[in-house]
Design a protein around this ligand. Structure first.
Ligand SMILES: C[S@@+](CC[C@H](N)C(=O)[O-])C[C@H]1O[C@@H](n2cnc3c(N)ncnc32)[C@H](O)[C@@H]1O
Length: 379
């Protein structure tokens, strides 16, 4: 029987899971062809139904667990894995951390950065209820998520990733159809354009508008920012460029220990928040500029001694990389939420910079995402 007969007849196959791919799906083999199966753990034996067949790989779903991992976590969430928000909820947290650390190591190895030191991953102090922001879809006045890669609406009554304050209060909101973004701290929530939420990171306060970027996990953000500061090793002689500065958080966090900071951010609302945050924290040595990171940095008349970059998943664009290299700073601290674009950019920067080390952070427990902070030093 060929693989095509199996699909046509809807037959089920037995598969042993060998490892996890970068999206947290189990990898197995049928007749030597790779199959990706969500909601599985390496070592498990499952019965699968093939739902997609491509030339080089297949995708399947579990129809029965024949041999389960003894530590598998079950029945925590009625929406998992349908809603697509989590991919690793079934995996014990220590195993999730090892998976993410290995993932970073594998990506660095695969893309010619095998000699870079990757530190142990820093886990999140809270593995559930860590998200301070959510984007809900609205259908007939109900809030919910769309199933992964589809527009099938799943009504949600509470979510294991959302902070308790959002879970407690979101059902009182009567939304219009479309999307609804909710932000929260410990005691208030907002979904309105003109109301900002106050967050605290160590001794600093940050007001954040609904459409501005703010780190999603309040529990791990101070650890991540402290790592940035440790890598920066700031001195009073430093001029630091904070590219992709959002609401000014990192720049303000390090400002007292350096001569001055220049923050650049494309989102107008976020840069307005950043200016307000500088005032709120009584920080006078920070200049905040709205515009594209690379283009605005190019216009600067002063030369930074260090550059911090924290771009979106797409990583650094051409102008940003060119401008950074031209500035020739002593240090670059690269905060990345996608190790694939991180290694792409590091492979350009490594001609000019030694990649000293990388520390992964679990900003997004129970999902396949991983954040990294990387230190580069001028050759
Ligand atoms: C991952 S966030 C980092 C924000 C900030 N460093 C923090 O820790 O909160 C990336 C930020 O880059 C901004 N951004 C995206 N593209 C940009 C560009 N081309 N130039 C400048 N900023 C950009 C986004 O609006 C977002 O605020």
């Amino acid at each position: 029987m060929t693989i095509y007969d199996i699909i046509l007849t809807g037959d089920f196959m037995e598969v042993i899971i060998n490892s996890l791919d970068h999206q947290g799906r189990g990898i197995g083999r049928i007749n030597n062809k790779v199959i990706f199966i969500p909601n599985t753990i390496p070592g498990e034996k499952v019965e699968v139904k093939i739902i997609k067949e491509k030339k080089k790989y297949m995708e399947g779903i579990v129809t029965k667990y024949l041999e389960k991992d003894k530590d598998r976590i079950e029945n925590l969430c009625q929406y998992y894995p349908k809603c697509g928000g989590c991919q690793l909820l079934h995996i014990p947290y220590q195993q999730q951390l090892l998976y993410k650390e290995d993932k970073v190591k594998n990506i660095f190895k695969r893309y010619n950065l095998e000699n870079v030191k990757i530190n142990s991953i820093i886990g999140s102090p809270s593995k559930y209820h860590y998200r301070n922001k959510v984007t809900f879809h609205v259908s007939n006045q109900h809030l919910g998520y769309y199933q992964e890669n589809s527009n099938k609406f799943i009504k949600i009554d509470s979510c294991l990733l959302l902070c308790e304050n959002i879970n407690k209060n979101f059902k009182n909101i009567l939304p219009n159809n479309g999307k609804l973004i909710i932000r929260s701290n410990n005691h208030e929530i907002t979904y309105e354009q003109n109301k900002k939420i106050m967050h605290t990171i160590v001794d600093y306060k940050f007001l954040v508008s609904i459409d501005s970027f703010y780190q999603i996990n309040d529990y791990i953000t101070p650890l991540l920012y402290n790592k940035v500061k440790e890598y920066l090793n700031p001195t009073k002689q430093d001029t630091v460029l904070d590219l992709y500065c959002g609401t000014g958080t990192i720049g303000i966090f390090i400002s007292k220990e350096v001569n001055n900071v220049i923050g650049i951010e494309i989102n107008e609302q976020a840069i307005e928040d950043a200016k307000e945050n500088a005032k709120l924290n009584n920080i006078k040595n920070i200049t905040l500029i709205c515009g594209d990171a690379g283009l605005e940095a190019k216009k600067l008349k002063i030369k930074p001694t260090s550059i911090i970059v924290d771009p979106p998943r797409a990583g650094l664009n051409k102008e940003a990389i060119e401008t950074i290299i031209k500035f020739n700073p002593n240090k670059i601290i690269y905060v990345s939420c996608d190790p694939m674009t991180l290694v792409r950019d590091l492979n350009i920067l490594k001609k000019y910079y030694n990649i000293i080390e990388v520390t992964p952070f679990d900003m997004f427990p129970n999902t396949y995402h991983v954040e990294c902070v990387c230190l580069l030093s001028l050759r």
